[in-house]
Design a protein around this ligand. Structure first.
Ligand code: PLP
Length: 421
């Protein structure tokens, strides 16, 4: 076998062995966590370059360190590509990740103690949308909306009522477990009535938007926040995008408000991912992600699974396992032993606790990156069905059988960036 990381193997064999084990794990398993993906070999290479060695506090042309001849161009490329892919006036590509990006938005538009509004975490929101255990819910007064119990969908009458009563400075839309299209225009109308800054957090769906498989928030919202490592298929990082009128406030909040030197190797990886996202092949990818998710949802419904909101419009499916009589965590751990990687998740109005909830969250970004298609989704649903049933009766042998079948299909579909498969 060729050594994939020779310098690392020579310097630190223990760490090299762990990286190798992780490469095999990612190659051999069916990864269904909807926030994960496989980056291309080109994105991996860009993220592992000597750009790592360089300090560059400030922005292109306005730095606090010399020697920026190349770095300025790298960051400008990333910015220009973000503007072109998403059709925005302004892009900041420096936030270290999605959570710090959202913190920067608060820093730009709110003062400690102000009221902010977002979707409740157990309803499908994100910690940084004002949830209590997050700094965003303790430094600000977070008021939270949810989804309707009967439809699993956002109730815009409820959102409007709450916004007009509480008058938040900032409203976040978007989330981590929302299987349906987000109606950015409806949020915009409410934010305008309430006099709030509207932020679309598209961390999960950025790739779908870039590829034209989900409507864009850009015409409707003040600020777009996104990670770069989920459906967008870039390195772990984030971007903030906005109209020109908010550009100064956003840039000032990211640096010097919240961060020091940007991670230039990540900026380079983001630039490469955005270049990839501008290609026709990425449009095809984004549409295939959604087609696969819809096919998988259909196949799960046929097998008696209860899906929050009854299905999906995007890359994500939230299953309520209550009717299967298997807790989400038990199912997730059993599926992991069967080579199917998912995460347990609360479902709206969950009767169980957050660390031991009723749901499992799955998605199709990673399997689509490996080239699996609609015709493969019945097999995937079957594995999930057999895995959950085996979890219910504690049948380890059945899980091993599924694991072998998964490994065989995965071997036929090598993952990007992983020549091992
Ligand atoms: C993933 C995610 C984030 C946070 O991103 P990190 O990079 O994990 O900090 C924020 N908002 C939403 C909606 C997300 O899905």
């Amino acid at each position: 076998m060729t050594v994939r990381h020779p310098a690392l193997a020579a310097t630190d064999p223990a760490l090299a062995a762990l990286v190798g084990a992780e490469e095999r794990l990612q190659a051999e398993t069916l990864r269904l966590i909807p926030s994960e993906n496989y980056v291309s070999a080109a994105v991996l290479e860009a993220s592992g370059t000597v750009l790592q060695n360089k300090y560059s506090e400030g922005y292109p042309g306005r730095r606090y360190y010399e020697g920026q001849q190349n770095i300025d161009q790298v960051e400008s490329l990333a910015i220009d590509r973000a503007k072109a892919v998403f059709g925005v006036d302004h892009a900041n590509v420096q936030p270290y990740s999605g959570s710090p990006a959202n913190l920067a938005v608060y820093l730009a538009f709110a003062q400690p103690g102000d009221t902010v509004m977002g979707m409740a975490l157990p309803m499908g929101g994100h910690l940084t949308h004002g949830w209590g255990v997050s700094a965003t819910g303790s430094w600000f007064r977070g008021v939270q909306y949810g989804v309707r119990a009967d439809t699993g969908r956002i109730d815009f009458d409820e959102v409007r009522e709450l916004a007009l009563k509480e008058r938040p400075k900032v409203i976040f839309c978007g989330g981590t477990a929302l299987p349906r299209t987000i109606d950015f225009a409806a949020f915009a109308e409410i934010a305008q009535e309430a006099g709030a800054v509207l932020v679309a957090d598209i961390a999960h769906i950025a790739g779908l938007i870039a590829g034209g498989a989900h409507p864009s928030p850009v015409p409707h919202v003040d600020v777009v926040s996104t990670t770069t490592h989920k459906t967008l298929r870039g390195p772990r990082g984030a971007m903030l995008m906005c109209r020109e009128e908010h550009a100064k406030a956003i840039d000032k909040a990211v640096f010097p408000g919240l961060q020091g030197g940007p991670h230039n190797q990540t900026t380079a990886g983001i630039a490469v991912a955005l270049h990839e996202a501008s290609q026709d092949s990425f449009r095809a990818y984004a549409h295939a992600v959604v087609a696969n998710a819809k096919a998988l949802a259909e196949a799960l419904l046929e097998r008696g699974f209860d899906l929050v909101s009854g299905g999906t419009d995007n890359h994500l499916i939230l299953m309520d396992l209550t009717p299967k009589d298997v807790p989400g965590k038990v199912a997730a751990k059993a599926l992991d032993r069967a080579g199917i990687v998912v995460n347990y998740n609360t479902v709206p109005y969950d009767s169980r606790r957050p660390f031991d909830p009723s749901g499992v969250r799955i998605g199709t970004p990673s399997l689509t990156s490996r080239g699996l298609g609609v015709s493969d989704m019945a097999v995937v649903a079957d594995w999930i069905d057999r895995g959950v049933a085996a979890a219910g009766r504690g049948d380890e042998a059945a899980l091993s059988v599924v694991r072998a079948e998964v490994a065989e299909l995965m071997a036929a579909h090598p993952a990007p960036g992983l020549p091992l498969a």
